[in-house]
Design a protein around this ligand. Sequence first.
Ligand code: PMT
Length: 405
Amino acid sequence: MTTSTQASSAPTKTVVLGVTGCIAAYKSAEIVRALQKAGVRVKVIMTEHATHFVDPVTFRALTHEKVAIGLFDDPTDPIHHISLAQEADVMLLAPCTANMLAKVANGIADDLLSTTVLATTAPIVVAPAMNVHMYENPATRYNIGKLQIRGVHFVEAGTGYLACGDVGKGRLADVEDIVSATLAQLGIKRDLAGKHVMITAGPTVEPIDPVRYITNRSSGKTGYAIARAAAARGADVTLISGPVALQAPEGVSMVYVQTADEMLAAAEEAFESADIGIFAAAVADMKPAHSADHKLKKGADDSELSGIELVENPDILETLGAKKGDRVVVGFAAETDNVLENAQKKLIAKHADVIVANQVGEGMAFGTDDNEVWFLDHEETEALPLMSKARLADAILSKSLDFLL
Ligand code: PMT
């Protein structure tokens, strides 16, 4: 079993993050990571003053993009502020100093960041951070009021001990609040923030000998889509994956396994701290009683391959469902016949809150990009239309939330 946290998949939305000269500038690195975890591309503009607090290399390494600082820094792009302004789906200023606030409020454009803000038509989110007296100064309050009237979204500064030694309002707001406010402008929900979601995905592989194994056609697309969607909605995600040819979703803790026994061990551990368990894996129901340490011989008389003894694998969903406590448990049912009848039996036998039932067979569910499923709970059955596995993932998470206490 191996574990890791990795990156992947092309983001479709861009946040241009403006970092200004403030002690809280180091927190912008956390903001970058959290936005990326939600599947967003981040490009960073720093003011000259900001570079005294954090080296641009930090943001370049995190974003894999050039970090823009001066108006004339990029010889390949003579109108850099316009291209950055157009690339932004949201413009975020975090931390935003009193000086930058004043410039933006009054339409002053005398550096790359303030010029880009003036040139953008994207929604603007501002997270101010400064000394308490600067924050309470009527000039700053007036500037904030002016920007609010113009539709700029503010993430209020927090109260507490400030780097200058004063105590009061002026601390940069929590990273999670800044990220939520930014994602809200992109239409991305954060309703799983603070929750731990455990997901099983893909097939398991049960070795017969060093070259042969029992497995099935699961591609892992469904489980990976759920993991990606859960991370984007703010969850801490553990994805326990059988062998698949997919990249790990951004910001998800990966546990790679081969066999059902390994998947059970990993799931038992992750389930301990999980709020929601989603069992999308196609676990092999049977495994060879003994896995040979040499390649088994075929042959008419002395075949070692005939009569391989099979035994049942542990049922991971049933085992964990039996000790679910307050956790929400979502299982799947993959059926060729009597889909709803069989799914209903699994709902009860496996102690699930919800079963996602799908018909499987030639060209259906396994390996496809779309799927048509039913949600069964102990009250009702709902038929969902054919949809992408990405959309289905969101629907499964929303359904799970209905059961979270
Ligand atoms: O991975 P994709 O290519 O995207 O395909 C998606 C899928 C078809 C794999 C998925 O939609 C799906 O149906 N997953 C469950 C497959 C399955 O094993 O179904 P089942 O009816 O045999 O099992 C019922 C439930 O018990 C499932 O939640 C399964 O994860 C779980 N189970 C089954 C056997 C076992 N030994 N342990 C288990 O935990």
